[in-house]
Design a protein around this ligand. Sequence first.
Ligand SMILES: *Cc1c(COP(=O)(O)O)cnc(C)c1O
Length: 361
Amino acid sequence: MSQTWNFYAGPATLPAPALERAKDEIPNWENTGMSVMETSHRSAEYDVVHYGAMNLLKELLGLDDDHQVLFLQGGASTQFAMLPMNFIPEGGSADYVNTGTWSQKALKEANIVASGRIAGSSEAEGFSRIPNQAELDLDPDAAYAHITSNNTIKGTQYHDFPDTGSVPLVADMSSDILWRPIDANRFHLIYAGAQKNIGPSGVTIVIIRKSWIEKAIQGLPTMLSYGTYSAKDSLYNTPPTFSIYMVRNVLEWLKGNGGLAAMEKTNRAKGDLLYGVFEDSAGFYSSPVAKDSRSYMNVVFRLPSEELEAKFVAEAKAVGMVGLKGHRSVGGCRASIYNAMPLEGVQFLTDFMKEFARANG
Ligand SMILES: *Cc1c(COP(=O)(O)O)cnc(C)c1O
């Protein structure tokens, strides 16, 4: 089989060593004669995986003692509703910065269970950039302020997080968690579906301040209350053990490769290489995104016509590159170049892009 370079937005490419390790361990994991999938989530062997993944996340992100890592199910989409259920009090509201599809979905759920308010938006400009601090209209009494750190569909990303004063800052980091070192302790809550940057689908990572959980709304259904997961270290019921096992493998790979600082270096090299090809292409490739808001995870671009875009995607596929079609809601092309995509894969893509522009420009 020849090399496949996987540019899908999610589920997305995983580091080869994390997959190889699973392949080796599935028949006989930790000398149990079983795979992790078949083992009790109350076993000592599983504990090593569960707490291993939690501790690696804490270590990689430099979390303080007030921050706890939880493993949930239902994807980031369930967090859209669970967050306001737990934290918007009767008569209160939360602030949302509207930067595209995923923020809009988060806001929609907030308005189903409580009340959400738009505190900033780039909708008038087609979500081509991230609103800056001066443009935000923040409510000092908001239950929290919510941002989407990376906009997977529009290809924009926060490079500086907003200052929300004493209002708790919350972020959906589904498509860029762990892409670089950040001050994660600034956030009251971070959530991310694992299937973009840290593992397979099936587990949702929540990083939350324990002191905030103490102030959460009481009386919610057990499985919709953060307190349940916090009190039992995400072992109240059966967690998605195989997904968490894969996350652990990915985090060990990440740590072994030099952690987040090394990851950022590679990610910047990948993004700069790809954006550089646009600059040098005399307009053949164009980015709809403002320069200061460009994403290093999801690089969206256009070609001169939809016909050329379809030809580009088909010819790329023929040489082993999959997932380059843009999201159905926006069209165009998109290369998702998450942590697990090596620089070599982006080099392969950019070589192809230069050749394609020469042949079709
Ligand atoms: C993919 C994505 C989601 C949806 O995640 P699910 O786990 O499928 O619910 C939410 N937010 C962002 C930023 C995403 O990229």
